[in-house]
Design a protein around this ligand. Structure first.
Ligand SMILES: Nc1ncnc2c1ncn2[C@@H]1O[C@H](COP(=O)(O)OP(=O)(O)O)[C@@H](O)[C@H]1O
Ligand SMILES: [Mg+2]
Length: 276
């Protein structure tokens, strides 16, 4: 059976072999090959409010997210992590600069086309799970495709459900599931349509460490085995250690990045950032 993600016991030692295309592109280098970046920000700024209350949440950010890579965005509270993710995912508009998903420029896209792009090309996993309380697990998993009027690939859907251990929970509503199970449903929903990129804002923020490890393992394996592209925001060094790359934000700017992160190396870097 074609299993999408065969193990949920994620490990920081079994890192993915990067596909040649992903390995070939530089990161953080606007002007690189736009055909291979799954998402890209070029000179993006985001300003909230005006006058005395003005906040520059993002200050001239340029960053690429290569296809088939798992990136964690980290930084102190208020550094702009959620804002960056929302601008990349078409949930908010940048004040200046360019944002692309694949070859599609998001700046200037109509609301209708933005909604369609989010629905058809992006998967989301949020801290608060964002499941519809009146729908069962399986209805939640297929909801985005139902709305889009697309038939799920049955075989694919089955393998996602089995691998995420949700087979015997499909008729349960979210209130009948644990937090870890709800987030696995949210992961299944994101993976089911095989989107170009999955964004997660603190996807393990409400989970205990065991469930957190499970969810990160699922995302890790979706990248390693399926070459899914995943970008998450997290403040947890252990969660970040599942990624291929960590991008560090402070005061709305990218201040550093790290490849092959470990929990210890990430923790170390975060201490320095928070001390500044
Ligand atoms: N809707 C908003 N209106 C005004 N200020 C905002 C809004 N959203 C975020 N901010 C401000 O922008 C900055 C970055 O916020 P955010 O991206 O949520 O940070 P993080 O996710 O890293 O904690 C913070 O100073 C925050 O207060
Ligand atoms: Mg945030």
């Amino acid at each position: 059976m074609n299993s999408p993600v065969t193990s949920t016991s994620g490990s920081t030692t079994s890192r993915s072999q990067q596909p040649a295309t992903a390995a070939a592109i530089g990161h953080g280098t606007p002007g690189g090959d736009s055909r291979t970046a799954a998402a890209r920000a070029i000179h993006v700024s985001k300003i909230y409010g005006s006058g005395d209350t003005q906040v520059r949440a993002l200050d001239d950010i340029s960053v690429d997210f290569a296809r088939g890579e798992f990136t964690a965005i980290m930084g102190p509270s208020g550094s702009g992590k959620s804002t960056l993710m929302h601008c990349l995912a078409g949930l908010d508009n940048a004040s200046a600069g360019s944002v692309t998903i694949g070859d599609t420029e998001l700046v200037g896209l109509s609301d209708k086309n933005m909604t369609k792009l989010r629905r058809d090309r992006i998967g989301f996993v949020f801290q608060s799970f964002n499941l519809v309380p009146t729908l069962t697990a399986i209805e939640n998993i297929t909801l985005p495709m139902d709305i889009a009027g697309r038939n799920p690939n049955r075989q694919w859907l089955d393998s996602v459900i089995d691998t995420l251990g949700l087979r015997d929970r499909l008729s349960h509503r979210p209130s009948e599931l644990s937090g870890g199970q709800q987030q696995r449903v949210a992961c299944a929903r994101a993976l089911a349509s095989q989107p170009e990129i999955i964004f997660g804002d603190e996807p393990t923020g409400n989970l205990d460490s065991r469930s957190s490890g499970e969810v990160m393992g699922i995302l890790r394996n979706s990248v390693t085995q399926l070459h899914q592209t995943v970008v998450i925001v997290t403040h947890d060094p252990r969660a970040a250690s599942y990624a291929d790359r960590v991008v560090f934000l402070a005061d709305g700017r990218i201040v550093d990045e790290m490849r092959a992160p470990t929990a210890a190396s990430v923790l170390d870097r975060m201490k320095n950032l928070e001390a500044v």
